[in-house]
Design a binder for this molecule. Structure first.
Ligand SMILES: Cc1ncc(COP(=O)(O)O)c(C=O)c1O
Length: 458
Protein backbone atom coordinates (compact mmCIF):
# COMPACT_ATOMS: atom_id res chain seq x y z
CA UNK A 1 0.00 0.00 0.00
CA UNK A 2 1.39 3.39 -1.01
CA UNK A 3 1.43 6.26 1.48
CA UNK A 4 -1.21 8.68 0.30
CA UNK A 5 -0.12 12.31 -0.06
CA UNK A 6 -2.18 14.94 1.75
CA UNK A 7 -3.37 16.15 -1.65
CA UNK A 8 -3.28 13.88 -4.70
CA UNK A 9 -3.62 15.68 -8.05
CA UNK A 10 -3.96 13.59 -11.19
CA UNK A 11 -2.22 14.92 -14.30
CA UNK A 12 -4.29 16.58 -17.06
CA UNK A 13 -3.81 13.43 -19.14
CA UNK A 14 -5.42 11.35 -16.40
CA UNK A 15 -8.67 13.33 -16.47
CA UNK A 16 -11.37 10.95 -17.75
CA UNK A 17 -12.47 11.82 -21.29
CA UNK A 18 -15.98 10.35 -21.05
CA UNK A 19 -18.77 10.73 -18.51
CA UNK A 20 -20.26 7.56 -17.06
CA UNK A 21 -24.02 7.04 -17.29
CA UNK A 22 -25.03 5.16 -14.14
CA UNK A 23 -28.47 4.37 -15.57
CA UNK A 24 -26.86 2.01 -18.08
CA UNK A 25 -25.97 -0.40 -15.26
CA UNK A 26 -29.25 -0.13 -13.36
CA UNK A 27 -31.27 -3.27 -14.06
CA UNK A 28 -34.35 -1.35 -13.08
CA UNK A 29 -34.20 2.13 -14.57
CA UNK A 30 -35.54 5.25 -12.88
CA UNK A 31 -39.23 5.70 -13.69
CA UNK A 32 -39.84 7.86 -16.79
CA UNK A 33 -40.88 11.48 -16.45
CA UNK A 34 -44.58 12.03 -17.09
CA UNK A 35 -46.34 14.74 -19.06
CA UNK A 36 -48.76 16.36 -16.55
CA UNK A 37 -51.33 17.04 -19.29
CA UNK A 38 -51.58 13.42 -20.50
CA UNK A 39 -50.12 11.36 -17.65
CA UNK A 40 -47.99 9.64 -20.31
CA UNK A 41 -44.18 9.31 -20.36
CA UNK A 42 -42.48 12.28 -22.00
CA UNK A 43 -40.51 11.76 -25.20
CA UNK A 44 -37.20 13.40 -26.07
CA UNK A 45 -39.08 15.77 -28.41
CA UNK A 46 -41.44 16.79 -25.58
CA UNK A 47 -38.41 18.21 -23.79
CA UNK A 48 -37.24 20.39 -26.70
CA UNK A 49 -39.30 23.48 -25.71
CA UNK A 50 -37.45 23.56 -22.38
CA UNK A 51 -34.02 21.99 -22.93
CA UNK A 52 -31.57 22.16 -25.82
CA UNK A 53 -31.54 19.04 -27.97
CA UNK A 54 -28.30 17.38 -26.90
CA UNK A 55 -29.22 17.75 -23.24
CA UNK A 56 -32.75 16.42 -23.87
CA UNK A 57 -31.07 13.42 -25.51
CA UNK A 58 -28.77 12.86 -22.54
CA UNK A 59 -31.75 13.18 -20.23
CA UNK A 60 -33.55 10.31 -21.93
CA UNK A 61 -30.55 8.06 -22.64
CA UNK A 62 -30.76 5.19 -20.16
CA UNK A 63 -28.46 2.88 -22.09
CA UNK A 64 -25.19 4.41 -23.35
CA UNK A 65 -22.60 3.62 -20.65
CA UNK A 66 -19.98 6.23 -21.57
CA UNK A 67 -20.56 9.57 -23.31
CA UNK A 68 -17.54 11.37 -24.71
CA UNK A 69 -16.79 14.77 -23.15
CA UNK A 70 -16.56 17.34 -25.99
CA UNK A 71 -13.04 18.75 -26.50
CA UNK A 72 -14.24 22.32 -25.77
CA UNK A 73 -15.69 21.19 -22.44
CA UNK A 74 -12.52 19.33 -21.50
CA UNK A 75 -10.55 22.45 -22.32
CA UNK A 76 -12.49 24.53 -19.79
CA UNK A 77 -12.46 21.66 -17.27
CA UNK A 78 -8.69 22.01 -17.32
CA UNK A 79 -9.01 25.53 -15.86
CA UNK A 80 -9.75 23.87 -12.51
CA UNK A 81 -9.56 20.11 -12.96
CA UNK A 82 -8.33 17.62 -11.98
CA UNK A 83 -9.52 18.39 -8.47
CA UNK A 84 -7.49 16.96 -5.59
CA UNK A 85 -8.26 13.80 -3.66
CA UNK A 86 -7.27 14.72 -0.12
CA UNK A 87 -6.36 12.55 2.83
CA UNK A 88 -7.56 14.03 6.14
CA UNK A 89 -4.59 12.92 8.23
CA UNK A 90 -5.02 15.71 10.78
CA UNK A 91 -8.69 15.01 11.24
CA UNK A 92 -8.05 11.29 11.62
CA UNK A 93 -5.50 12.06 14.34
CA UNK A 94 -7.84 14.46 16.13
CA UNK A 95 -10.60 11.86 16.08
CA UNK A 96 -8.21 9.11 17.15
CA UNK A 97 -9.85 6.85 14.58
CA UNK A 98 -8.31 3.90 12.75
CA UNK A 99 -10.42 4.90 9.72
CA UNK A 100 -8.79 6.45 6.67
CA UNK A 101 -10.68 9.56 5.60
CA UNK A 102 -10.43 10.79 2.01
CA UNK A 103 -12.33 13.63 0.45
CA UNK A 104 -12.64 14.92 -3.08
CA UNK A 105 -12.40 18.70 -2.96
CA UNK A 106 -14.45 20.47 -5.63
CA UNK A 107 -14.20 24.01 -4.27
CA UNK A 108 -11.08 25.10 -6.14
CA UNK A 109 -12.75 27.39 -8.66
CA UNK A 110 -14.46 30.78 -8.52
CA UNK A 111 -17.94 29.28 -8.23
CA UNK A 112 -16.55 27.54 -5.16
CA UNK A 113 -18.27 24.24 -5.89
CA UNK A 114 -18.79 21.19 -8.07
CA UNK A 115 -21.52 23.01 -9.99
CA UNK A 116 -19.14 24.12 -12.73
CA UNK A 117 -18.83 20.47 -13.85
CA UNK A 118 -22.33 20.58 -15.31
CA UNK A 119 -22.52 24.32 -16.04
CA UNK A 120 -19.78 24.00 -18.66
CA UNK A 121 -21.38 21.28 -20.80
CA UNK A 122 -24.84 22.84 -20.45
CA UNK A 123 -23.57 26.24 -21.65
CA UNK A 124 -21.54 24.55 -24.39
CA UNK A 125 -24.47 22.55 -25.84
CA UNK A 126 -26.76 25.60 -25.64
CA UNK A 127 -24.26 27.75 -27.54
CA UNK A 128 -23.65 25.01 -30.09
CA UNK A 129 -27.39 24.88 -30.80
CA UNK A 130 -27.38 28.64 -31.50
CA UNK A 131 -29.58 29.70 -28.57
CA UNK A 132 -29.92 33.40 -27.75
CA UNK A 133 -29.55 32.75 -24.03
CA UNK A 134 -30.42 30.54 -21.09
CA UNK A 135 -32.30 30.97 -17.81
CA UNK A 136 -31.77 29.20 -14.55
CA UNK A 137 -32.41 29.16 -10.82
CA UNK A 138 -29.87 29.23 -8.03
CA UNK A 139 -30.22 28.43 -4.34
CA UNK A 140 -27.03 29.01 -2.44
CA UNK A 141 -25.62 30.89 -5.43
CA UNK A 142 -22.95 28.40 -6.43
CA UNK A 143 -24.86 27.08 -9.41
CA UNK A 144 -25.68 30.58 -10.67
CA UNK A 145 -22.06 31.62 -10.31
CA UNK A 146 -20.85 28.50 -12.05
CA UNK A 147 -23.26 28.97 -14.92
CA UNK A 148 -22.34 32.67 -15.18
CA UNK A 149 -18.70 31.64 -15.56
CA UNK A 150 -19.49 29.00 -18.17
CA UNK A 151 -21.86 31.25 -20.15
CA UNK A 152 -19.28 34.01 -20.12
CA UNK A 153 -16.65 31.59 -21.48
CA UNK A 154 -18.91 30.50 -24.35
CA UNK A 155 -20.44 33.98 -24.96
CA UNK A 156 -24.05 33.15 -23.99
CA UNK A 157 -26.46 35.57 -22.19
CA UNK A 158 -27.82 34.31 -18.85
CA UNK A 159 -30.72 35.25 -16.54
CA UNK A 160 -30.56 33.82 -13.00
CA UNK A 161 -33.50 33.51 -10.58
CA UNK A 162 -31.92 33.46 -7.14
CA UNK A 163 -33.86 32.18 -4.10
CA UNK A 164 -34.71 35.32 -2.11
CA UNK A 165 -33.42 33.92 1.22
CA UNK A 166 -29.96 33.44 -0.34
CA UNK A 167 -30.16 36.67 -2.36
CA UNK A 168 -30.49 38.56 0.92
CA UNK A 169 -27.94 36.45 2.84
CA UNK A 170 -25.28 36.59 0.12
CA UNK A 171 -25.26 39.89 -1.81
CA UNK A 172 -21.69 39.32 -3.02
CA UNK A 173 -22.74 36.16 -4.83
CA UNK A 174 -24.92 38.39 -7.00
CA UNK A 175 -21.97 40.67 -7.67
CA UNK A 176 -19.85 37.75 -8.90
CA UNK A 177 -22.57 36.60 -11.26
CA UNK A 178 -22.89 40.15 -12.57
CA UNK A 179 -19.11 40.33 -13.01
CA UNK A 180 -19.44 37.42 -15.42
CA UNK A 181 -22.23 39.29 -17.22
CA UNK A 182 -25.33 37.50 -15.88
CA UNK A 183 -28.53 39.28 -14.83
CA UNK A 184 -29.82 38.23 -11.39
CA UNK A 185 -33.42 38.42 -10.08
CA UNK A 186 -34.59 37.63 -6.50
CA UNK A 187 -37.25 34.87 -6.54
CA UNK A 188 -40.20 34.98 -6.07
CA UNK A 189 -40.28 38.03 -8.33
CA UNK A 190 -42.92 40.03 -10.15
CA UNK A 191 -41.37 39.21 -13.55
CA UNK A 192 -43.31 35.93 -13.98
CA UNK A 193 -46.84 34.58 -13.39
CA UNK A 194 -45.44 31.93 -11.03
CA UNK A 195 -43.63 34.53 -8.94
CA UNK A 196 -46.56 36.97 -8.88
CA UNK A 197 -48.93 34.22 -7.68
CA UNK A 198 -46.67 33.37 -4.74
CA UNK A 199 -46.13 37.00 -3.80
CA UNK A 200 -49.89 37.57 -3.82
CA UNK A 201 -50.27 34.76 -1.24
CA UNK A 202 -47.35 35.91 0.89
CA UNK A 203 -45.30 39.04 0.05
CA UNK A 204 -42.57 37.83 2.46
CA UNK A 205 -42.15 34.42 0.85
CA UNK A 206 -38.40 33.59 1.30
CA UNK A 207 -38.46 31.55 -1.90
CA UNK A 208 -37.33 28.02 -2.58
CA UNK A 209 -35.48 26.21 -5.33
CA UNK A 210 -38.79 24.84 -6.61
CA UNK A 211 -40.19 28.35 -6.97
CA UNK A 212 -37.07 29.75 -8.65
CA UNK A 213 -37.21 26.84 -11.12
CA UNK A 214 -40.83 27.72 -12.01
CA UNK A 215 -39.83 31.29 -12.76
CA UNK A 216 -36.78 30.35 -14.83
CA UNK A 217 -38.73 27.74 -16.83
CA UNK A 218 -41.55 30.22 -17.47
CA UNK A 219 -39.06 32.76 -18.82
CA UNK A 220 -37.50 30.13 -21.07
CA UNK A 221 -40.74 28.82 -22.58
CA UNK A 222 -42.11 32.32 -23.14
CA UNK A 223 -38.79 33.73 -24.43
CA UNK A 224 -37.41 33.78 -27.98
CA UNK A 225 -34.93 30.92 -28.59
CA UNK A 226 -34.06 30.85 -24.90
CA UNK A 227 -33.88 27.58 -22.96
CA UNK A 228 -33.75 26.59 -19.35
CA UNK A 229 -30.83 24.86 -17.64
CA UNK A 230 -30.88 23.20 -14.24
CA UNK A 231 -28.00 22.63 -11.83
CA UNK A 232 -29.16 19.43 -10.15
CA UNK A 233 -31.80 16.67 -9.97
CA UNK A 234 -31.84 15.81 -13.69
CA UNK A 235 -30.21 12.70 -15.18
CA UNK A 236 -28.01 14.87 -17.45
CA UNK A 237 -26.59 16.76 -14.46
CA UNK A 238 -25.71 13.56 -12.61
CA UNK A 239 -24.08 12.35 -15.83
CA UNK A 240 -21.80 15.41 -16.02
CA UNK A 241 -21.00 15.19 -12.31
CA UNK A 242 -19.72 11.64 -12.80
CA UNK A 243 -16.37 13.33 -13.54
CA UNK A 244 -16.04 13.74 -9.74
CA UNK A 245 -16.43 10.03 -9.03
CA UNK A 246 -14.39 8.93 -12.04
CA UNK A 247 -11.41 11.06 -11.02
CA UNK A 248 -11.76 9.81 -7.43
CA UNK A 249 -11.75 6.19 -8.62
CA UNK A 250 -8.58 6.75 -10.70
CA UNK A 251 -6.83 8.43 -7.78
CA UNK A 252 -7.88 5.73 -5.30
CA UNK A 253 -6.67 3.03 -7.64
CA UNK A 254 -3.27 4.75 -7.84
CA UNK A 255 -3.18 4.49 -4.03
CA UNK A 256 -4.38 0.85 -4.02
CA UNK A 257 -7.39 2.04 -2.07
CA UNK A 258 -11.12 1.37 -2.39
CA UNK A 259 -13.80 3.03 -0.26
CA UNK A 260 -15.87 1.01 2.20
CA UNK A 261 -18.25 3.92 2.44
CA UNK A 262 -18.91 6.85 0.09
CA UNK A 263 -20.72 9.86 1.54
CA UNK A 264 -22.18 12.99 0.01
CA UNK A 265 -24.51 15.77 0.96
CA UNK A 266 -27.78 15.62 -0.92
CA UNK A 267 -29.80 18.60 -2.09
CA UNK A 268 -31.07 17.67 -5.53
CA UNK A 269 -28.55 14.85 -5.64
CA UNK A 270 -26.03 15.92 -8.29
CA UNK A 271 -22.73 15.81 -6.39
CA UNK A 272 -23.69 12.59 -4.64
CA UNK A 273 -24.85 11.01 -7.89
CA UNK A 274 -21.56 12.00 -9.52
CA UNK A 275 -19.32 10.94 -6.67
CA UNK A 276 -20.86 7.51 -6.22
CA UNK A 277 -21.19 6.78 -9.96
CA UNK A 278 -18.20 4.41 -10.50
CA UNK A 279 -18.62 2.82 -7.06
CA UNK A 280 -22.35 2.31 -7.60
CA UNK A 281 -21.40 0.70 -10.92
CA UNK A 282 -19.24 -1.85 -9.05
CA UNK A 283 -22.05 -2.43 -6.61
CA UNK A 284 -24.66 -2.88 -9.33
CA UNK A 285 -22.35 -5.28 -11.16
CA UNK A 286 -21.64 -7.23 -7.96
CA UNK A 287 -17.87 -6.53 -8.05
CA UNK A 288 -17.73 -4.62 -4.75
CA UNK A 289 -20.15 -3.59 -2.05
CA UNK A 290 -19.33 -0.08 -0.81
CA UNK A 291 -21.95 1.64 1.33
CA UNK A 292 -23.36 4.71 -0.39
CA UNK A 293 -24.69 7.32 2.03
CA UNK A 294 -26.69 10.51 1.46
CA UNK A 295 -26.74 13.19 4.16
CA UNK A 296 -29.59 15.66 4.04
CA UNK A 297 -30.79 18.51 6.29
CA UNK A 298 -33.30 17.60 8.99
CA UNK A 299 -35.28 20.66 7.90
CA UNK A 300 -35.72 19.35 4.35
CA UNK A 301 -35.63 15.53 4.68
CA UNK A 302 -36.83 14.31 1.30
CA UNK A 303 -35.17 10.86 1.40
CA UNK A 304 -35.61 10.09 5.08
CA UNK A 305 -39.17 11.39 5.52
CA UNK A 306 -40.51 12.02 2.03
CA UNK A 307 -42.70 9.79 -0.18
CA UNK A 308 -41.52 7.95 -3.31
CA UNK A 309 -44.05 9.35 -5.74
CA UNK A 310 -44.54 11.32 -8.92
CA UNK A 311 -44.26 15.03 -8.29
CA UNK A 312 -43.52 18.24 -10.12
CA UNK A 313 -39.89 19.36 -10.08
CA UNK A 314 -41.00 22.94 -9.35
CA UNK A 315 -43.48 24.78 -7.16
CA UNK A 316 -45.31 26.34 -10.12
CA UNK A 317 -46.15 22.88 -11.54
CA UNK A 318 -45.01 23.66 -15.07
CA UNK A 319 -42.25 21.04 -15.37
CA UNK A 320 -42.87 17.36 -16.20
CA UNK A 321 -43.48 15.08 -13.22
CA UNK A 322 -40.64 12.91 -11.96
CA UNK A 323 -40.83 9.86 -9.69
CA UNK A 324 -38.68 10.72 -6.73
CA UNK A 325 -38.56 10.96 -2.97
CA UNK A 326 -40.37 14.20 -2.33
CA UNK A 327 -41.85 16.30 0.43
CA UNK A 328 -44.32 17.71 -2.10
CA UNK A 329 -43.55 20.56 -4.47
CA UNK A 330 -45.57 22.98 -2.33
CA UNK A 331 -43.27 22.40 0.66
CA UNK A 332 -41.33 25.53 1.64
CA UNK A 333 -38.36 24.56 3.80
CA UNK A 334 -37.29 26.87 6.61
CA UNK A 335 -34.58 29.32 5.49
CA UNK A 336 -31.61 27.28 6.77
CA UNK A 337 -28.11 28.29 5.84
CA UNK A 338 -27.41 25.37 3.53
CA UNK A 339 -29.50 27.05 0.81
CA UNK A 340 -28.41 24.52 -1.79
CA UNK A 341 -30.06 21.69 0.14
CA UNK A 342 -33.50 23.34 0.31
CA UNK A 343 -35.14 21.32 -2.43
CA UNK A 344 -38.35 19.34 -1.99
CA UNK A 345 -37.30 16.32 -4.06
CA UNK A 346 -34.33 14.14 -4.91
CA UNK A 347 -32.81 13.11 -8.23
CA UNK A 348 -34.83 10.22 -9.75
CA UNK A 349 -31.64 8.16 -10.20
CA UNK A 350 -30.75 8.42 -6.50
CA UNK A 351 -34.37 7.99 -5.47
CA UNK A 352 -34.50 4.71 -7.37
CA UNK A 353 -31.18 3.48 -5.93
CA UNK A 354 -32.38 4.37 -2.44
CA UNK A 355 -35.76 2.77 -2.98
CA UNK A 356 -34.10 -0.44 -4.24
CA UNK A 357 -31.78 -0.63 -1.23
CA UNK A 358 -28.48 0.39 -2.89
CA UNK A 359 -28.15 3.61 -0.94
CA UNK A 360 -28.65 4.78 2.66
CA UNK A 361 -29.69 8.20 3.94
CA UNK A 362 -29.41 10.16 7.18
CA UNK A 363 -30.54 13.61 8.17
CA UNK A 364 -28.85 16.12 10.47
CA UNK A 365 -29.81 19.40 12.12
CA UNK A 366 -27.83 22.49 11.12
CA UNK A 367 -26.11 23.20 14.46
CA UNK A 368 -24.49 19.73 14.28
CA UNK A 369 -23.51 20.51 10.70
CA UNK A 370 -21.69 23.64 11.85
CA UNK A 371 -20.00 21.70 14.69
CA UNK A 372 -18.60 19.41 11.98
CA UNK A 373 -17.74 22.32 9.65
CA UNK A 374 -15.80 24.11 12.39
CA UNK A 375 -13.84 21.04 13.39
CA UNK A 376 -13.02 20.30 9.76
CA UNK A 377 -11.88 23.88 9.10
CA UNK A 378 -9.55 23.76 12.10
CA UNK A 379 -7.83 20.53 11.09
CA UNK A 380 -7.94 20.64 7.30
CA UNK A 381 -7.48 24.39 6.66
CA UNK A 382 -10.46 24.57 4.34
CA UNK A 383 -13.58 26.55 5.23
CA UNK A 384 -16.40 24.30 3.98
CA UNK A 385 -19.73 25.36 2.52
CA UNK A 386 -22.63 24.52 4.88
CA UNK A 387 -23.95 22.12 2.23
CA UNK A 388 -20.64 20.26 2.06
CA UNK A 389 -20.45 20.18 5.85
CA UNK A 390 -23.40 17.76 5.86
CA UNK A 391 -21.09 15.23 4.21
CA UNK A 392 -18.34 16.10 6.69
CA UNK A 393 -20.76 15.35 9.53
CA UNK A 394 -21.52 11.99 7.92
CA UNK A 395 -17.80 11.20 7.58
CA UNK A 396 -17.15 12.13 11.23
CA UNK A 397 -19.98 9.85 12.35
CA UNK A 398 -18.51 6.96 10.34
CA UNK A 399 -15.00 7.66 11.64
CA UNK A 400 -16.28 7.63 15.23
CA UNK A 401 -18.10 4.36 14.58
CA UNK A 402 -14.84 2.92 13.24
CA UNK A 403 -13.10 4.03 16.41
CA UNK A 404 -15.74 2.35 18.60
CA UNK A 405 -15.64 -0.83 16.53
CA UNK A 406 -11.86 -0.78 16.08
CA UNK A 407 -12.21 -0.98 12.29
CA UNK A 408 -9.83 0.61 9.82
CA UNK A 409 -12.36 1.37 7.09
CA UNK A 410 -11.73 3.67 4.14
CA UNK A 411 -14.16 6.58 4.02
CA UNK A 412 -14.56 8.79 0.96
CA UNK A 413 -16.71 11.90 1.04
CA UNK A 414 -17.44 14.75 -1.31
CA UNK A 415 -16.31 18.18 -0.16
CA UNK A 416 -18.40 20.05 -2.67
CA UNK A 417 -17.39 23.62 -1.95
CA UNK A 418 -16.12 26.47 0.15
CA UNK A 419 -18.14 28.65 2.50
CA UNK A 420 -16.67 32.12 2.05
CA UNK A 421 -20.12 33.54 1.30
CA UNK A 422 -21.63 31.83 4.32
CA UNK A 423 -19.97 33.92 6.99
CA UNK A 424 -23.28 35.20 8.37
CA UNK A 425 -24.11 31.60 9.07
CA UNK A 426 -20.76 30.93 10.71
CA UNK A 427 -21.20 34.11 12.76
CA UNK A 428 -24.70 33.11 13.90
CA UNK A 429 -23.36 29.71 14.87
CA UNK A 430 -20.49 31.22 16.86
CA UNK A 431 -22.82 33.67 18.62
CA UNK A 432 -25.28 30.94 19.57
CA UNK A 433 -27.93 32.46 17.31
CA UNK A 434 -28.41 29.47 15.06
CA UNK A 435 -31.69 27.55 15.37
CA UNK A 436 -32.59 24.06 14.30
CA UNK A 437 -35.94 23.69 12.69
CA UNK A 438 -37.30 20.19 12.16
CA UNK A 439 -40.76 20.02 10.59
CA UNK A 440 -43.41 17.89 12.32
CA UNK A 441 -45.10 14.95 10.57
CA UNK A 442 -48.27 17.03 10.40
CA UNK A 443 -46.46 19.88 8.63
CA UNK A 444 -44.93 17.51 6.10
CA UNK A 445 -48.26 15.81 5.53
CA UNK A 446 -49.79 19.10 4.31
CA UNK A 447 -47.58 19.25 1.21
CA UNK A 448 -47.30 15.48 0.73
CA UNK A 449 -51.08 15.10 0.76
CA UNK A 450 -51.16 17.53 -2.17
CA UNK A 451 -49.02 15.28 -4.39
CA UNK A 452 -50.52 15.02 -7.88
CA UNK A 453 -53.23 12.44 -8.46
CA UNK A 454 -52.53 10.59 -11.71
CA UNK A 455 -55.25 8.14 -12.81
CA UNK A 456 -53.87 4.59 -12.97
CA UNK A 457 -50.50 5.64 -11.50
CA UNK A 458 -51.01 7.14 -8.04
C1 LIG B 1 -21.56 23.64 -2.25
C2 LIG B 1 -22.80 22.86 -2.58
N1 LIG B 1 -22.84 21.58 -2.24
C3 LIG B 1 -23.93 20.83 -2.48
C4 LIG B 1 -25.05 21.37 -3.09
C5 LIG B 1 -26.24 20.49 -3.27
O1 LIG B 1 -26.57 20.20 -4.60
P1 LIG B 1 -26.54 18.76 -5.17
O2 LIG B 1 -27.32 17.87 -4.25
O3 LIG B 1 -27.15 18.87 -6.50
O4 LIG B 1 -25.11 18.33 -5.26
C6 LIG B 1 -25.04 22.71 -3.47
C7 LIG B 1 -26.21 23.30 -4.15
O5 LIG B 1 -26.34 24.46 -4.37
C8 LIG B 1 -23.89 23.47 -3.22
O6 LIG B 1 -23.84 24.75 -3.55
Amino acid sequence: MKKAPHRLYLTEEQIPTAWYNLRSDMKEKPEPMLNPATGQPVSEEDLYPVFCKELAHQEMDNDTPYIEIPAEVLEMYKNYRPSPLCRAYNLEKALDTPAKIYYKFEGNNTSGSHKLNSAIPQAYYAKKQGLKGVTTETGAGQWGTALAEACCYFGLPLEVYMVKASYNQKPFRKAIMQTFGASVVASPSDTTNAGRALLAENPDNPGSLGCAISEAVERAVTGDNVKYVLGSVLNQVLLHQSIVGLESAVAMELLDEYPDVVIGCAGGGSNLGGLIAPFAKDKLQGRANPRLVAIEPASCPSLTRGRYAYDFCDTGKITPMAKMYTLGCTFTPSPIHAGGLRYHGMAPILSKLYHDGYMEARSVAQTHVFDAATMFAKYESILPAPESAHAIWGALEEAKRCREEGRSETILFGLTGTGFFDMTAYENYQNGKMNDYIPTDEELAVSMDRLPKIPGVQ
